[in-house]
Design a protein around this ligand. Sequence first.
Ligand code: PDD
Length: 291
Amino acid sequence: MSATVNVNGTITDGGTASISVFDRGFLFGEGVYETIRTYNRLPFLYDRHMTRLRRSAARINLACPLDDAAVHARILETVDASAAEEDAYIRLLLTRGVGDLSYDPTTAPTPSLVIIVKPLPEVPAELQATGVAVSLVSVVRNHPDSVHPSIKSNNLLNNALAMQQALQEGTYEALMRNYQGDLVECSQSNFFIVRDGAALTPPLDAGLLEGITRNFVFEVGAAIDVRVEEAVLQDGDLTTADEAFLTSTTREIVPIVRVGARTIGAGHPGPVTQALLAELRRTAAVLSRRS
Ligand code: PDD
């Protein structure tokens, strides 16, 4: 895999980059992260990602040692070093850092900041055209009194186990319920259905990651007169949905045409999903023009 990595300010290629085995990120998954993408080689919605990173970090009593401008400079340096022509996938990780084999945060006073840059894995146009199948898995999203789902935590085992079920079924994503049994989000993306022309997504208090793309879809919808609203969604809503889609930074909007054995709507990507995707891309291109 071709990657360029910045570990605490030092840039190397992915094969050489290393971090101590005593880093709490490695030992305990004790850290937070953001996945950012570029359009036109510029990190997209950077301020929103940093706001969420700091919020996630604060919730595990961790502080980012650099200000937003310094992190941005480090990201650009790493993107430039990657020398790739195409758009970039950027994973920004902030961990508790190196310390004793203990949970005591005071024994690991210096956080680690790692930036991984690699070519953006674009969603194949063919998948956008046909839509994808997802699995409705038995792994439930974290209880809000456990690792709160709004924390974009490096501790991703729950999500990984959910995705393993989807992979076993040969599907593209794992749709999860929350501990109350409501549909909530996917293992790496947010979830929407479309009914009667409106796009509906579970509310934040259902216990999910407040996706940057999810929030952007509210703005994109407003620009093209598509209602985008929060709504509690349950299994039965899959049967009455006209369309469904997922959203994430790297995947933008991907139409879902089947959930488990249920065909969604007519079984192909619908007009509302397609209009939202087109407008999202148009807006992203406008916001990413170089002056
Ligand atoms: N995943 N929900 C979960 C559980 C996620 O991990 C993600 C992001 C999202 C979508 O959030 P955003 O729109 O801010 O990317 C929702 C990223 C892409 C990842 O894990 O790499």
